[in-house]
Design a protein around this ligand. Structure first.
Ligand SMILES: [Zn+2]
Length: 344
């Protein structure tokens, strides 16, 4: 998909005056035509076209030759980004299909939902009259990357903002709030420390039983508690390489890890694992459409637990140089979004 560009206006209509004026008008028109040609091909930012100054009574025309236009740079195009701005009147996906086109709209709705879900319940708390502005990067054969989200919510009465940014020294980009905190909560004793994004939460309305961590194949996966292996590689066609652990002591929770990379032979049912021990590497096996870890917590009687309730949580905050770099990126992305919505 190509990013949708701001449409250019019609070239100015040439008016015919008396034959005396014709030569001058042709000169002026040609200059304007050259300008428009450059503008159309070079995607210049919108500027009023130069006009031939007509002295109405004197019968003379002074053709004002335009100075050569400055090098054409649309900051959005130069940044490889596109912008979508929608007002919610119905389903989010419908609004984004209208704003960004049927090619990218549905995927864009999915991707931006992963940010919105940290502010409101999706879809119920996305309300008519909410506004959403996005900067995104369309990609061939892949879901678009969202770089900035500005969401004015009638549910919370606030304008929420989040920015994608890879902090110097980090291996993954993450989403940050303007105050330097990460948008996403993190789990204490997390099964994964180094991931790009939580792409599915239990409360995102998808009736999914686990939390999905988007991470490159090979990212370390750790035991969230002292545990023993109960099962390995069951329902292989769906789950891929997988493990089920049972907590030793405590609440005796069960933890399921799906779509892993190939597991070492020495991991078998009965193997004891300590909390925080690296037990596997994430992968993309089984019914999985992109590299990620599916992490699912269950009780002994098969109730699904939300890891964001069952674990303690915290929010990482950037400081020092990382924080300054984030602030520079926020300024860059804000300048590419439309002016801030009035309000907080
Ligand atoms: Zn999953």
């Amino acid at each position: 998909m190509r990013p949708s560009l701001p449409t250019l206006g019609e070239p100015p209509k040439r008016r015919r005056f008396g034959s005396v004026l014709l030569v001058s008008l042709i000169v002026g028109g040609a200059a304007g035509g050259v300008y428009w040609w450059k503008k159309r091909t070079g995607a210049l930012p919108l500027q009023p076209p130069p006009v031939a100054a007509v002295a109405p009574d004197a019968g003379t025309v002074a053709a004002v030759a335009p100075a050569p236009p400055p090098a054409p740079v649309d900051p959005l195009v130069a940044a490889g980004l596109a912008r979508a701005s929608v007002k919610i009147e119905g389903p989010l996906e419908t609004a984004l299909v209208q704003a960004a086109g049927p090619g990218v709209g549905p995927a864009l709705a999915q991707v931006v939902t992963r940010s919105l879900v940290w502010w409101v319940a999706v879809p119920n708390e996305i309300l008519r009259g909410d506004t959403l502005e996005l900067l995104y990067q369309p990609r061939e054969g892949e879901e678009p990357l969202v770089h900035a989200v500005r969401f004015m919510s009638n549910k919370t009465g606030q304008t929420h903002r989040a920015y994608r940014f890879q902090a110097p020294g980090d291996t993954q980009p993450r989403f940050y709030l303007p105050n330097g905190e990460e948008l996403e909560l993190r789990l204490e004793s997390s099964p994964m420390d180094d991931y790009e994004q939580v792409t599915s939460l239990l409360r995102d309305g998808r009736r999914h039983k686990g939390v999905d961590f988007k991470a490159p194949v090979g990212t370390p996966v750790k035991a969230p508690f002292t545990a023993v292996i109960k099962r390995k590689n069951w329902n292989f066609s769906g789950n891929g390489n997988c493990l089920e652990l049972e907590e030793l002591g405590g609440k005796r929770r069960r933890a399921l890890f799906l779509h892993l990379s190939e597991l070492p032979r020495e991991l078998k049912p009965g193997t004891r694992l300590s909390a925080g021990q690296v037990i596997a590497a994430s992968g993309n096996s089984g019914r999985s459409f992109a590299p990620h870890l599916h992490y699912q917590l269950m009780t002994q009687d098969d109730r699904v637990l939300d890891p964001f309730d069952s674990h303690r949580t915290w929010r990482r905050t950037l400081s020092g140089e990382q924080r300054s770099a984030l602030e520079a990126e926020i300024r860059r992305l804000d300048s590419l979004l439309s002016p801030p919505v009035a309000g907080n």
